[in-house]
Structures are given as C-alpha cells and as structure tokens.
Write a protein that binds this ligand. Structure first.
Ligand code: TEU
Length: 558
C-alpha cells in the first residue's frame, strides 16, 4: 500500500469570482477567501483549490490567461495572494493552483506577437493556417460551439481555438512553449504552492496534419473533434518531461482534468511507476446523461451505467493509479438538482450523493456550496446568464437553428455551467452575505432558506453531515486504502459496494431513487457498526434492508 498525503486529503474547490466579495464591487476576491478560511478549516478540508486567479480579460472567467505571473486586478494583488497562502498554511491546509496550459488569452503578449507577419519567433507558439481557397484549415467545431478557427486580419490566417475564440490553443510541439510553461509552473511552486489542478490537459498533443473530423450530418460544415485530439500521440512524453522538469523537483501533488479518458487510459497517466501525474478528474461518469448530441442533449440518468463506470475506475486504478472523486464543479450543474431531488428530498439526496462518492477510493472534491446543498438556478432572461459556453449555445440555437427561446432555456436550465456559478450563500441577508447586492451574476433566490448560517445552526444539516464524512475518512484507513467490490450489480435504483482492508469490511448502501427499496445483502458479518446514515433510526439487520427515499448507510463490519 503506497501511502501519500494527497490520497488521504479532501479538497475544497473555490470558484473565486463567486465565493466572497470583500470590497463590495460585485466580484469575489482573494481577501474574501481569506476571510472565510476558518469556515473551511472547521469543515475539515485539507486542500484549497483556487480557480484561476491570474490576469485575464475574463472571457471564460479566468481560464483565458493574459499574464500567468500577475493576479487579476478584480481579485486583488500579489500581496493579497501571499497573505491568503500564508493564512492557508498557518491553518495546516494546503493550496492548489489551477494551471491553464492548453491555451492562453488572445490578449497574452505571446499571441499579440504571434499575429505579426514576417520573421516572427512567436508565430509557432500557436496554430495558424489557411487553405488555398481561403477557408479554415479543417472542419473542427469548438467545444463552445461554432468553428474552432478564427480569421485574424493582421496575421491573414486562421488560428485554432478549441474553446472560445479568445482562447487560442498553444502549440505544445514547440519546445520553447513547453519550457516557458515549465518555468511558469516553477515560479508558482517556488512561491509555496502545494499542488496543481491542470486544466483540460489531455488536449496538448494535436494529431499530425490536423485532419478533418468525420461529419455527423452532411448539411453541417463543422464537426466535433474532441475524440481526435484527446490522449494524442505525444501526450505521455509531454507529461514525462513535465514531471522531470517540474513535478519531481517539489513535494507537490497534481490532479489533471481530462475529458475523453477511460479507466485504462487513466491508469497510464497515473501509474506511479510511469512518473507522469498523481491523479485525474475525469468526465466519464458525468457524461451518463449526455445523448448522442453531446452535453446539451440530455437523456435520463441511468444508474446501472453510472455504477459500471464508477466501478471500472475503482477496480482498474486500485493499487497502481489514483483518481479524484466528484459530482459537482464549476462546469457542471448541481448534482442534487440534476440527478437527485432539490425540493422534497434536498437534504436526503445531497447527503446520499456525498456518501456514495466519498466512501470510494480517491481524493474527494467538494465544490463550494455543495456542502450546504445549493441548487440549480432558472433565470428567465438570457441576459442574466454569464457563461460564454451558455451564451454561444443560446445564440446558435435561437439563430441558425431557429429554436424558440423557451425550448433553448429548458436545455440551459438542465446543463448550463452558470447553475453552479451563482454567489455562495452565506446568510439570509440581502445578497446572501456574498458582499454586494448587485453581484456579477444574480444570487439564487432560495438563499433565504439555503445558506451557511442556517446550516451551521441545524444539527441535521448537510454541512454537518459533510463534516462527519470527512472525519470518518480521517479515522478509518479502509475508506482511503481499502479495495472495492460492487454489490447488487444489476439493481436499477440502489448503488451498494463494499471496501475491504485486512479483516475489515466497509459496506456502503445508497438509494438513488425517491422511492422505498428493499434489498438483501448476503454478507457474512460478525459485528457491524453503523458509521453514518442520512436518516435517523436505522437499527435493523443488514441482511434485509428497507431503504427510504435517497437513503444512505455505511457500516463497518469485522
Ligand atoms: O474545462 C475543460 C472541459 O473539458 C470543459 O470545458 C468541458 O468541455 C465543458 O465545461 C463542458 O462543455 C476546463 C475548465 O474547467 C472550464 O471551466 C474551462 O472553460 C475550460 O477548461 C477551458 O479552459
């Protein structure tokens, strides 16, 4: 058993823009995060993941970096960042920075230089091209809708942008790009950062010749291209080099965000003997409600598929690799609105999801607001949305696709990333205690009932339950290091599994439905101790369990 501090840690993700606004300008900031560190320490988390806080024109809320060495003015100064780092460390916690390597902002100095014609050393920092007929080099569609190529008048060519057109893709085939980025990472590590979350990082190796993607519909000029790019030919050598040049030189931890990775590929990235990455944040389990049309094409949640995916990651990585555990982040709608019940069973379903995920092997990630059961939002007007992906989708669907406002808003209510980006709900005062009454994005009107102040005062709150789950992880090694077996494989509504470590067995039983369920577990046990449950009074035997809506139970058996 290969032990590491980051395997035993719980990470809390802060989305700085929406966490706490200390100066009342409508935008969350670094001093706001510092103000709330006692709250995070009380919750029991070990690591704070800061969303990108670098200089940025904010086309994609900081994921479009114009200067990696400066703090975004709206968030504060480098001195504020240093104070935040020190206050995190003083409390025995660690700080993880979000590192964006696949692209920069189009306002980054490199890109500005790259556009210039003539003998230009920066030209090769990005992907430029134009076909003989004056068209785009290929038919790729951006992840955020529309073509992945944008024409630039100065360069008289197109540049590649897999995300928004203000996020040109860097050319990682260029050694100067790689060395500059390694230097940037070392700069932050030398400043005392303890870990990195690497953004969209399995996109770095583009396919040779940038071939067209197969078109799904003949009338469309562009086609989704992600599958051609993810896990490209040079990706493993890139991480091995990055590890040599950066990670291996510091006592740090890495988690890489990667779409389009299976558990087998995940093992290649995180197998410790290969010296690439420590762990991953993947999408396979979050994509179970994506139809053939992708993210916005929502199909019903199917628990057996979810169980199969979770189980494949649990068993494939065991003993060799490592993974992150999450159901919420700033790119996903709130899970309790998505797959649970955010009205009648809000508290039960929030606790159930947390139990199911946090009792698995991996490093749990808690996204701000998840611990108080924040829910999705529904703004009537598209003008109240801020996310570039959502706004592009609305423009394309109501424009060239001629769909009605009401129809498109239904998709946005289900999947918009803004669902998770509304201001953190601290209390029931006007503006939810975020710090300003007119924040950059509206608060969820349910802040009068759902807020931290209320949760702290209610012993049955989701917040107290999260604290207890974290405490259990610290107390029972089996939660971190035990192996995993799926139980009741084909059950359509119940997710049950066991973890085993030496002579101990941990049983986790979760009801994903809003109906009662009766299940039989054939587990021979001598003694059993119930570690946690989201319902009171669960005294009966474990061989036949009567589960209530969204009930979750965890037993330790010997
Ligand atoms: O996300 C990468 C990524 O794969 C997602 O953008 C995903 O494709 C999308 O959210 C679902 O449609 C990272 C960041 O987490 C995200 O916020 C950024 O927008 C993106 O990279 C670009 O930097």
């Amino acid at each position: 058993m290969n032990k590491s501090w980051w395997k035993e840690a719980v990470v809390y993700q802060v989305y700085p823009r929406s966490f706490r606004d200390s100066d009342g300008d409508g935008i969350g900031d670094l001093n706001g995060i510092t103000e709330k560190l006692d709250y995070l320490q009380d919750l029991g988390v070990d690591v704070i993941w800061l969303g990108p806080v670098y200089q940025s024109p904010n086309d994609d809320n900081g994921y479009d970096v114009s200067d990696y060495y400066q703090i975004m003015d709206e968030f504060g100064t480098m001195a504020d960042w240093e104070q935040l780092r020190d206050e995190i460390h003083r409390r025995g916690m660690k700080v993880m920075m979000d590192i964006v390597l696949n692209h920069t902002s189009d306002e980054h100095e490199w890109f500005k230089a790259s556009r210039q014609k003539g003998d230009n050393p920066y030209r090769d920092y990005y992907y430029w091209g134009i076909n003989d007929d004056g068209r785009e080099p290929n038919n790729w569609e951006s992840f955020f809708g529309g073509p992945a190529w944008e024409y630039d008048d100065v360069a008289e060519a197109y540049y590649l942008h897999l995300f928004s057109k203000k996020q040109p893709d860097l050319n990682w085939g260029n050694p100067r790009v790689r060395q500059s980025m390694y230097g940037m990472m070392r700069f932050w590590l030398d400043k005392g950062v303890d870990g990195f979350r690497l953004d969209a990082v399995n996109l770095l190796s583009k396919p040779e010749g940038l071939p067209d993607a197969e078109s799904m519909s003949p009338d469309k000029q562009i086609a989704p291209c992600g599958h051609l790019i993810v896990n490209g030919k040079e990706i493993h050598p890139i991480f091995q080099e990055m590890n040599r040049e950066v990670f291996s030189r510091y006592p740090m931890f890495t988690v890489a965000e990667m779409a389009g990775v299976s558990a087998e590929e995940g093992l290649l990235y995180t197998d410790s003997s290969r010296k690439e990455l420590d762990s991953l944040i993947v999408f396979e389990h979050m994509d179970v409600d994506n139809g053939p049309g992708g993210r916005w094409d929502t199909i019903p949640f199917h628990l057996p598929s979810f169980k199969r995916i979770m189980s494949s990651w649990q068993t494939t990585l065991h003993g060799k690799g490592w993974s992150g555990l999450y159901l919420n982040n700033h790119d996903q709608p709130r899970v309790l609105s998505r797959w649970g019940n955010d009205t009648e069973y809000r508290t039960e379903s929030a606790k159930m999801f947390a139990t199911c995920i946090q009792m698995m092997q991996g490093t749990p990630y808690i996204y701000q607001g998840e611990e108080i059961g924040m829910t999705n939002i529904r703004f009537d007007r598209i003008e109240d949305y801020r996310d570039v992906e959502t706004l592009n989708f609305y423009r394309i669907e109501t424009g060239e696709k001629c769909r009605s406002h009401d129809e498109v808003m239904k998709d946005i209510y289900l999947k918009s990333r803004d669902n998770a980006r509304t201001p953190m709900q601290w209390d029931d005062s006007a503006g939810a205690g975020f710090g300003s009454e007119t924040p950059w994005i509206n608060v969820n009107p349910n802040y009068t009932q759902i807020n931290v102040k209320q949760a702290l005062s209610d012993p049955n709150s989701i917040l107290h339950y999260y604290r207890e789950l974290i405490r259990l992880r610290k107390r029972h090694e089996i939660i971190v290091y035990g192996d995993y077996t799926l139980l009741l494989d084909d059950h359509p509504d119940v997710f049950a599994y066991k973890r085993t470590l030496e002579d101990q067995v941990l049983l986790v039983i979760t009801n994903f439905s809003g109906r009662g369920q009766t299940v039989r577990l054939e587990e021979p046990v001598l003694t059993q101790e119930q570690l946690i449950s989201n319902y009171p009074d669960t005294g009966e035997s474990i061989s036949e369990l009567q589960l209530r809506p969204f009930e979750a139970r965890v037993y330790l058996c010997q």
